[in-house]
Write a protein that binds this ligand. Structure first.
Ligand SMILES: Cc1cn([C@H]2C[C@H](O)[C@@H](COP(=O)(O)OP(=O)(O)O[C@H]3O[C@@H](C)C(=O)[C@@H](O)[C@H]3O)O2)c(=O)[nH]c1=O
Length: 182
């Protein structure tokens, strides 16, 4: 039901779901505990939320710091986005490196993001809806990020629409990471 694809970053996977199509449309199961266990992923979400964004919006790059760090399953259920992660785990062979994914309503692929990675996305369609499942609840005091334009990634737009909070984040090279690679 779910195909797990390795990415450039350890423990981060692209997940391809099976589309069950009939004359009404299609059905997709993007998360089930046992299905994830079957592909070697131990993932127990405690919270789910979604955001709707306009074309040209960039959200991120976000993460929660310990002890409220979380794994995240990200799925674009409407429109298209360029999804980006950056490895912040000290000792990781890919520390500071990025991986990107074109997610969207055609395939409904998800990205499985382990704790210790920063996550963000850029909206490439008129509008997009991004759905999240995360393993720890929202903890505003530990919800933070790094500057979107400080990572080694060539964004398609150098003047995206961003929040004031996202504009004020520390740059990657000035960021003291609390995450370690296990
Ligand atoms: C993430 C979050 C935000 N909020 C509030 C805070 C604020 O008033 C409003 C919008 O918050 P933000 O600007 O942080 O929303 P947004 O930029 O969409 O945040 C998201 O960005 C992407 C990249 C992620 O990876 C997500 O985990 C999440 O951090 O919603 C909650 O109440 N609960 C939550 O879980």
């Amino acid at each position: 039901m779910l195909q797990k694809i390795e990415t450039a970053i350890a423990d981060c996977y692209l997940l391809k779901p099976k589309k069950l199509t009939d004359n009404r449309g299609y059905f997709i199961k993007h998360f089930q505990k046992e299905m994830f266990n079957g592909i070697g992923l131990d993932f127990c979400p405690t919270e789910s939320y979604f955001s709707i964004s306009h074309q040209g919006v960039l959200r991120g790059l976000h993460f929660q710091t310990p002890p409220f760090e979380h794994g995240k399953l990200v799925t674009c259920i409407q429109g298209t986005v360029l999804d980006v992660v950056c490895d912040l785990r000290m000792g990781s062979p890919t520390y500071g490196k990025c991986a990107s994914f074109e997610l969207g309503e055609e395939t409904h692929e998800s990205v499985f993001i382990p704790a210790g990675l920063a996550h963000g996305f850029y909206v490439t369609s008129i509008q997009s809806t991004l759905l999240y499942n995360v393993t720890t609840s929202y903890a505003p005091e530990s919800d933070t990020g790094i500057a979107w334009d400080s990572i080694p990634f060539d964004w398609p737009n150098q003047q995206p629409i961003i929040s004031a909070r996202d504009a004020a984040f520390a740059r990657l090279d000035a960021f003291k990471s609390p995450f370690t690679f296990k």
